[in-house]
Design a protein around this ligand. Structure first.
Ligand code: GLU
Length: 511
């Protein structure tokens, strides 16, 4: 008890002395972080940073049957990747831990004792079999299954005797039919009388593990949480949580429920769809800031500027501009095309900064090496990569797309291709001509190459075929002029020089 009191004291000090906002993200490690989870974590983080508060991570692992090994670590990895900083949490320090619920069982047992003593909770000895019969009977009479609160009325002597026999039991919370209004930060006033639809809920299972509702309330209180922002699917539970706060005599935090995140057509996003997992976005090559802006664009929370150009905001800009009262209360529709636009913007943004450009170049080098492990002769010069990225930022969505087979010519240098159908003098004229072009764009290149073929009396299609082979070693691919544009002037000239017929080089060397 002493320990619990010390905790309470510390938590009260934190809350009152600094009057600091404290929010938490409280995932269950039962799977991967998906878009919905990222949205909840992100809004909590933005809210905390906007108000100079703290963002906590708490792992809710009381349902031991649903645990997925490694899920917590991956979850943390995804949050950090997205740019969400954890102020307190497992492995991140903080004075009000532990931040993993399975390590807090003593705390819950003491809190349960408090409710048993003040008469707002009771022991329930009903067997699984009885509960099952109740459920079946409800279904038969087309009623919503609910516990009939039988054990509420057990006499002390009955309880003592059952306990003496070591009868398995759980602890239930006495729902009062007092309607506790919820003043939702996003939805406004919400009324729901839980006891109308539910029987007394289990707050501690017979295995001594608390249920979500109980542990969640105890922890939010002891961790000094001032605001709870979570998905709207929890809104019904919140009315129950308010009754628990009342039973303890605690001041509840403020609650705000975030609307459903849905597909562009209004259909539900499914957790089971692998492609809404943050890992999947990462693997496909989306950048974190693009993903964060994408999520925010659906959920709102910012001043709406009509007809304003879409921007890619930094995390700092996002939290400076965030306002909880601007969060939408209607379902948040995701627009995947926007994500692609945002990702292109992030490529451009990363190119404009020396440090991030360097990292991006390195990332591309690694991707290409992975895509062409057998090629000793890859074109991975930094300038070349920057040219390619500049070209691609208007056309491609993901840097991964740069390794598609259609674009292999960007990286794989052709070997032993010689320019046919042209004399060495003609090749010289062409190289000089190309060198003089300032704006190395496909339109201009096309005109110049056509004129050149005409002047030199070379068959244009044959010349283009030879150029394509010399530039890419391929028979097919983008138009030759476009290929030149993508490769840029210096790589184009370099590759064409490499393809000058060998006898000629031989001759030159002997001169
Ligand atoms: N553990 C719950 C979840 O998995 C937390 C809900 C809440 O934020 O209270 O979403």
């Amino acid at each position: 008890m002493l320990k619990l009191n010390r905790r309470l004291l510390m938590q009260q000090c934190l809350r009152h002395a600094h009057n600091q906002v404290r929010v938490r993200f409280a995932p269950s490690p039962t799977g991967y972080l998906h878009l919905g989870g990222l949205r909840t974590a992100l809004y909590n983080f933005l809210f905390a940073r906007h108000l100079d508060g703290k963002f906590l991570l708490r792992i809710e692992d009381t349902d031991q049957t649903r645990l997925v090994p490694g899920a917590s670590e991956r979850l943390v990895g995804d949050l950090l990747w997205a740019g969400i900083e954890i102020d307190e949490g497992p492995g991140f320090g903080g004075q009000l831990g532990p931040y993993v619920q399975s390590q807090r069982t003593m705390i819950y047992s003491k809190a349960i004792e408090e409710l048993l003593q003040n008469g707002t909770a009771y022991r329930c000895f009903c067997t699984e079999r009885r509960l099952d019969l109740l459920r079946k009977e409800a279904l038969r009479t087309r009623q919503v299954p609910r516990y009939d609160n039988k054990c509420r009325h057990l006499k002390t002597a009955e309880i003592d005797s059952l306990l003496a026999k070591g009868t398995a039991h759980c602890i239930r919370f006495k729902l009062t039919d007092h309607e506790e209004p919820l003043d939702d930060l996003i939805y406004g006033k919400v009324y729901h009388n839980v006891s109308d639809t539910e029987g007394d809920p289990v707050i501690m299972k017979s295995d001594q593990f608390p249920t979500y509702h109980f542990a969640n309330v105890v922890d939010d209180h002891l961790m000094g949480i001032t605001h709870v922002l979570r998905g709207v699917e929890w809104q019904i539970s919140t009315t129950k949580h308010l009754l628990l706060y009342k039973a303890f005599g605690w001041q509840p935090p403020k609650f705000g429920h975030l609307p459903l995140l849905v597909n562009a057509d209004g259909t539900k996003l499914s957790k089971r769809q692998g492609d809404i997992g943050i890992q999947s976005f990462r693997e496909r090559g989306y950048f974190p800031q693009a993903l964060v802006n994408y999520v925010v664009s659906a959920g709102g929370g910012f001043e709406h500027k009509a007809h304003a150009k879409q921007e890619l905001l930094t995390m700092q800009e996002l939290f400076e501009q965030f306002h909880i009262d601007r969060v939408n209360s209607h379902p948040s529709r995701l627009n995947p095309e926007l994500l692609d636009d945002l990702n292109r913007m992030e490529i451009t943004q990363r190119l404009s900064n020396k440090e991030s450009r360097f990292k991006l170049i390195h990332q591309v080098q690694e991707l290409v090496k992975k895509a062409y492990p057998q090629h000793p002769n890859l074109d991975l010069a930094e300038d070349h990569i920057v040219d390619v990225l500049n070209w691609s930022s208007q056309r491609l969505t993901l840097i991964q797309d740069l390794t598609s087979s259609k674009l292999s010519f960007l990286w794989v240098k052709p070997s032993n291709f010689q320019l046919k159908n042209m004399t060495s003098e003609q090749v010289d004229v062409m190289l000089t001509l190309l060198n003089e072009i300032q704006d190395f764009q496909k339109e201009e290149l096309n005109v110049k190459l056509k004129n050149f073929a005409q002047e030199q009396n070379i068959k244009f299609p044959l010349m283009m075929k030879a150029l394509r082979a010399a530039l890419s070693g391929l028979k097919e691919g983008p138009g030759v002029a476009e290929m030149m544009e993508i490769l840029g002037k210096s790589v184009t000239l370099e590759r064409l020089k490499e393809a000058v017929p060998k006898e000629r080089i031989h001759l030159e060397q002997n001169q």
